[in-house]
Design a protein around this ligand. Structure first.
Ligand code: NAD
Ligand code: TYD
Length: 338
């Protein structure tokens, strides 16, 4: 297949591109704006692969999309502003990229009769105290991030109903694994633990997330791309749920640190208590998750420990300023005594 992968320089998009090139021999064009979260380093090992190319550009730029989409059989859209805390501090870019950007891609797919796979999130359903969300659950997003993703999902579905565009939506639960930008819980805590920085736990630490290893989610997206029914939504949740505090304790164990690093900090406004996703429908297409949380977390900690080349420039760059704004503290850098 020839795929336009938007947002392919980010965490999940790069894992998907790697999987499709290596395991399926697909031809891939990545279109990515390279925001703070998008990094060409994430695709470093794919550069030399035949059939792989990278273009810098924004999905809300129709001319850039028209150039990148030439020759594609399908579009897979990962491009988004993705961090809840940033959406609370500065929602602007969330509306532009997640909303208008998705619209520009849908128009391009409609004009050319292409399949459009939208990568979405369980956060569009809001929080669930007990039980599990299915594809039939109502959308009740809580944050500007999840609201902008829900808006995009509705627009995607409207292109199927109104124009017959072959749209599909895959909603994933919380991903973790290599190459995740350290603003998110797991890499943030791993890098802080490795550096000896405090681990900032929001609220009482008992919020629950449903963790999925990034390669499992990437495979679910590939399954839906190949075998999904146009117009349908598919949830892809991980095999395990875990309260944040347990995640943090496991990270302390894997990094050889003790609990004294834990620091309870002011809760996130509107913080969703629990996410939980039923994946029966995508299992019906032959997908299942392969990596349990214990194993995936150990692998992830090992990857960050062994790949300082990847995160050191991040931790001393834009992320450092973001961290100071968000947490009111300065991060340690290499050479500081722990
Ligand atoms: P990420 O923040 O790591 O990467 C996002 C990528 O999109 C970056 O490469 C960035 O440069 C690019 N991008 C941002 N704005 C753009 C624009 N206007 N035009 C082109 N490119 C742009 O995000 P991620 O964690 O890899 O998430 C990818 C997708 O999966 C998102 O749509 C997100 O909503 C969804 N998702 C993420 C998770 C998760 O746990 N991370 C879970 C479920 C769904
Ligand atoms: P996050 O990785 O931001 O993903 P999301 O909010 O989209 O699920 O956060 C995961 C959980 O970890 C969430 O309950 C908020 C919590 N959290 C902290 O306790 N401290 C932190 O510094 C961060 C970033 C998140």
């Amino acid at each position: 297949m020839r795929l336009l992968v938007c947002g392919g320089a980010g965490f999940i998009g790069s894992a998907f591109a790697r999987q499709r090139v290596r395991e399926h021999g697909d031809e891939i064009v990545v279109l990515d704006k390279l925001t703070y979260a998008g990094r060409e380093e994430n695709l470093r090992d794919l550069r030399a692969e035949p059939g792989f190319s990278f273009r810098r550009g924004a999905i809300e730029d129709a001319a850039a999309v028209a150039e990148a989409i030439a020759g594609a059989d399908a579009v897979v859209n990962f491009a988004a502003e993705t961090h809840v805390d940033r959406s609370i501090a500065e929602p602007d870019a969330f509306v532009d990229t997640n909303g208008r950007g998705t619209y520009v891609l849908l128009e391009a797919a409609r004009e050319r009769g292409l399949r459009h796979v939208q990568v979405s999130t369980d956060e569009v359903y809001g929080s669930i105290e007990e039980g599990t969300f299915t594809e039939e659950s109502p959308l009740a997003p809580s944050s500007p991030y999840s609201a902008s993703k829900a808006g995009a999902d509705l627009l995607v579905s409207s292109y199927f109903h109104t124009f017959g565009t072959e749209t599909l939506i895959v909603r994933g639960s919380n991903n973790y694994g290599p190459y995740q930008y350290p603003e998110k819980l797991i890499p943030l805590m791993v890098l802080n633990a490795l550096a000896g920085d405090p681990l900032p736990v929001y609220g009482d630490g008992m919020n629950v997330r449903n963790w999925i290893y990034v390669e499992d989610f990437a495979r679910a997206i590939g399954t839906v791309l190949e075998r999904g029914e146009p117009g349908e939504v598919y949830n892809a949740g991980g095999p395990d749920e875990c309260p944040n505090l347990e995640v943090v304790h496991a990270i302390l164990r894997h990094t050889g640190r003790d609990e004294s690093l834990i620091e309870f900090v002011t809760d996130r406004p509107g913080h969703d208590r629990r996410y939980s996703l039923s994946s029966e429908k995508v299992r019906g297409l032959g997908w299942e998750p392969r990596v349990r949380f214990d194993e995936g977390l150990e692998r992830t900690v090992a990857w960050y420990r062994d790949n300082a080349w990847w995160w050191e420039p991040i931790r001393s760059g834009e992320y450092r300023e973001y961290y100071e704004r968000q947490y009111g503290r300065v991060l340690r850098v290499k050479g500081d005594r722990t």
